[in-house]
Design a protein around this ligand. Structure first.
Ligand SMILES: *Cc1c(COP(=O)(O)O)cnc(C)c1O
Length: 361
């Protein structure tokens, strides 16, 4: 296992975490109503704003990313209005289910899996109907598809009353995201994907427009109410006990991320994506995601060589890598290689060399 003492995660979440970050997580506990916590919270807040490129606040939620799906559905869509879900894979579909489960009126605009959502499609939908919010998944982790957030944000911003809600769980910090410039009202993510932290926490960059909307909705629920999070954020705190250990780790991780520089980080991801695509095509595989819509953080490969993905997984496990076998309805027909977080191109080369050995054996 090349000197590595554990199986390295090449699956698209949870992903590999650096040892220093795991160690930052094992500090002695502090109380969340203490001065030490206030300091931790405010440091983290400043760094999160830089990471999301926003002047607004970034909430910390004690949940996985799906908790913030619930928050957006409940706090952004009025009972007598509709929400538009743009779907092109398993996660965007599930977010629409969350809105339905919260009793919202949902319209779905779906494009084929493997394709990206285009600004023209969004424009057509908004011309024909009024929506309180439009929900888009930045990087569809199930299919490795990235959609053009900036261009879609431009379209939505022409409709005054419509909020732009973005799931960037396998995006932010890996794929370029400029929350404010791109007119995103909510950008939400989980700790365990492109942020390269342990699971258990979610982050949501939220605009003032969202808070104004939430004021108009009576039943926003309790745990994921943005207005409650806002009240507590003003005191550098959270309404309920937060995952303090992961916050220690996040504080350290964001120092390292900002030291690398967001643009360098985005470029490293693009480099790894391009290398993965080149490898796959060179070996005779096809890509699941359409050209021009390939995610910087995860590549979904069509299993056109007909490899046994279970055997591949077992072979790679022997080499110390945990591999993916495809997700949802395209399991087995595809497999994905995650190249996100703190992964370096050298590690990707080790993975690809292992896969070559498997294919050639
Ligand atoms: C993993 C994932 C989710 C779900 O996140 P959880 O943290 O498991 O709740 C949502 N959206 C996308 C795009 C994902 O990749």
């Amino acid at each position: 296992m090349s000197g590595v003492d554990h199986k390295r995660l090449m699956i698209p979440g949870p992903i590999e975490i650096r040892k220093e970050i795991l160690e930052a997580q094992s500090q002695w506990m502090i109380g969340h109503r203490s001065g030490e916590f206030k300091k931790l919270f405010s440091e983290l807040q400043a760094k999160l704003k830089q990471a999301f490129l926003t002047e607004n606040r970034v909430y910390v939620s004690t949940s996985s990313g799906s908790g913030l799906w619930e928050a957006t559905s409940r706090c952004c869509v009025r009972d007598d209005r509709k929400v538009l879900h743009l779907t092109n894979g398993a996660f965007s579909n599930r977010w629409a289910d969350v809105s339905r489960a919260n009793g919202k009126q949902v319209d779905v605009l779906s494009v084929n899996w493997g394709e990206g959502v285009t600004p023209d499609l969004v424009e057509d939908a908004l011309k024909n109907d009024h929506y309180d919010a439009v929900c888009l998944v930045h990087s569809e982790t199930s299919t490795g598809v990235v959609s053009p957030v900036k261009e879609i944000g431009e379209v939505i911003s022409r409709y005054e009353d419509t909020l732009f809600l973005l799931d960037t769980v396998s995006g932010v910090l890996g794929a370029e995201l400029r929350t404010d410039d791109w007119k995103v009202d909510v950008a939400l993510t989980s700790s365990q994907k492109a942020f390269a932290l342990s699971p258990g926490m979610a982050f949501g960059a939220v605009s003032d427009r969202v808070l104004a909307r939430a004021e108009q909705i009576e039943f926003r629920g309790y745990y994921f109410d943005f207005l409650t999070l806002e009240k507590n954020l003003a005191k550098d705190n959270t309404p309920t006990t937060p995952p303090i250990s992961i916050m220690f780790a996040a504080n350290q991780q964001l120092d390292d991320v900002l030291a690398e520089g967001l643009e360098n980080r985005w470029a490293r991801h693009l480099q790894m994506r391009d290398r993965t695509i080149e490898w796959a095509q060179d070996r005779g595989f096809e890509l699941y995601a359409a050209e021009g819509f390939r995610s910087p953080t995860v590549t979904c490969i069509k299993n056109t060589l007909g490899i046994d993905v279970f055997e591949m997984e077992a072979f790679m496990a022997e080499k110390g890598f945990a591999m993916d076998k495809g997700y949802g309805k395209i399991k087995g027909e595809t497999f994905r290689i995650a190249h996100m977080g703190d992964m370096q191109p050298e590690t990707l080369e080790e993975v690809l060399a292992g896969l070559d050995e498997f294919i050639g054996k």
